[in-house]
Design a binder for this molecule. Sequence first.
Ligand SMILES: Nc1ncnc2c1ncn2[C@@H]1O[C@H](COP(=O)(O)OP(=O)(O)O)[C@@H](O)[C@H]1O
Ligand SMILES: [Mg+2]
Length: 262
Amino acid sequence: MSDNILEINNLSKYFGGLAAVSDCSIKVKRGTITGIIGPNGSGKTTLFNLIAGNLKSSGGSVTFDEENITDVPSYELFPKGLLRTFQIAHEFSNLSVLENLMMVPGNQSGEKLMTALFKPGLVAKEEAEVKEKAKEVVEFLNLGHLSNELAGNLSGGQKKLLELGRTMMVDAKLVLLDEVGAGVNRTLLKDLGTAIEKLNKEKGYTFCMIEHDMDFIGRLCDPVIVMAEGSVLFEGTVDEAKKDEKVIESYLGRGSKLKDEV
Ligand SMILES: Nc1ncnc2c1ncn2[C@@H]1O[C@H](COP(=O)(O)OP(=O)(O)O)[C@@H](O)[C@H]1O
Ligand SMILES: [Mg+2]
């Protein structure tokens, strides 16, 4: 098994004449929580969209677990254990926390009409198993007391925890988080950090997270990759990044600040 769970080689994405991601190469070590930072517009989200199969690349390759997954659509990556979190869709806000977890597509035969019609017993058994799994997930995330609460009534931070919980319904290997801490209050940000660390240590998840909050990054991530103009400018520890001349300049050039809030 390769040390690297993800290898990105010379990946590019053009929107018209604009190179959002440009000849970008990154290796993500298995078992890490790798931070991705960089000024606005440096191509971070586009990079995630390319990896997660939400956008087609203009060139280069992506390898996940030694398998070439370049331009493989997201629904095929999901069962392989590569996923990104998504905001709880509006339609799901009227479902409970537990039901939201149970809706995560898995291998349930319940989704197949024929099985539902001809083997209702099997469907019921699987539904019970999925419910059991969902209960484990809410306990793991300390959301047990909110199991029956409607997702729409959760606070912003609790919703983020639930989004993270959805990845646990399919036993992810690599999870991509795009600004999961944005707009989350300090207390819940701590819980979110704890959940990420716990998933990393206890379930062996590798994380790649785009984040603006340098304290949050500093607490969780090693290494951190700094992107600028669609490719990698720097890789190292957070402390090294904060001191690096090139990094500081790339932020200053954009009129952003690096110190606490990037
Ligand atoms: N769908 C799109 N169509 C055209 N341009 C896009 C699209 N998505 C992103 N871009 C452009 O690509 C560049 C990188 O954007 P993005 O990946 O969102 O950066 P970041 O997440 O680092 O802020 C920006 O200049 C942005 O305007
Ligand atoms: Mg972005």
